[in-house]
Design a protein around this ligand. Structure first.
Ligand code: FES
Length: 179
């Protein structure tokens, strides 16, 4: 191999390596991407002018599709009660603001091992539950739930009450809601 062909070989090798390392971005072809345009590698992603495209299979061909926008999780932690206001075995229903706006009812119960927080909405048809004796009862159709875990005791509901994170610090009870 003479010097000229050695240089050509090295140049081609470097270009191939750059293409592999950058996933093809070094080719300059990225700017030509539009939704529906053909692509070569399934699952490959490219971002052009702030829009991310993913190479997907559609009707037997590989084409660029816009990636779904990622939704940022919103989290709200609220002090809902003073610790002293909730004795062991006691349940209170509080309104907690939700990140998307408005409030939601939360059933807060102190058990031997800490605090539990459950959605007040019955999982059968969303009617609010209330504490009756040692159970959370939905008056609309009679479902009953276990206050410590939200588990179904009696139907027609089949799914447990939604659980929220609950914690206790600085003599207060806190509930965290994510949306
Ligand atoms: S809404 Fe609660 S049992 Fe039907």
């Amino acid at each position: 191999m003479n010097n000229s062909s050695r240089r050509a070989f090295i140049s081609a090798s470097v270009a191939s390596f750059a293409w592999l390392v950058t996933g093809g971005r070094a080719s300059g072809a990225a700017s030509a991407i539009t939704a529906g345009a053909p692509c070569k590698t399934k699952g490959q992603e490219r971002t052009v002018k702030g829009v991310t495209y993913i190479c997907r299979s559609a009707k037997g061909k590989l084409v660029w599709r816009k990636a779904p926008a990622t939704v940022q999780e919103q989290v709200v932690t609220v002090r809902v009660l003073e610790s002293a206001a909730l004795a062991v075995g006691e349940t209170k229903i509080v309104d907690v603001p939700v990140p998307s706006g408005g409030t939601t009812g939360v059933v807060v119960t102190r058990i031997q091992t800490g605090i539990t927080a459950l959605a007040v909405a019955c999982t059968h048809a969303s009617y609010p539950v209330a504490r009756v004796g040692n159970e959370l009862v939905c008056d609309l159709h009679g479902s009953k739930f276990e206050p410590a875990t939200g588990a179904v005791v009696n139907g027609p509901a089949v799914r447990p009450l939604l659980r929220y994170e609950a914690s206790e610090s600085n003599a207060g009870v806190y509930v965290t809601i994510r949306s």
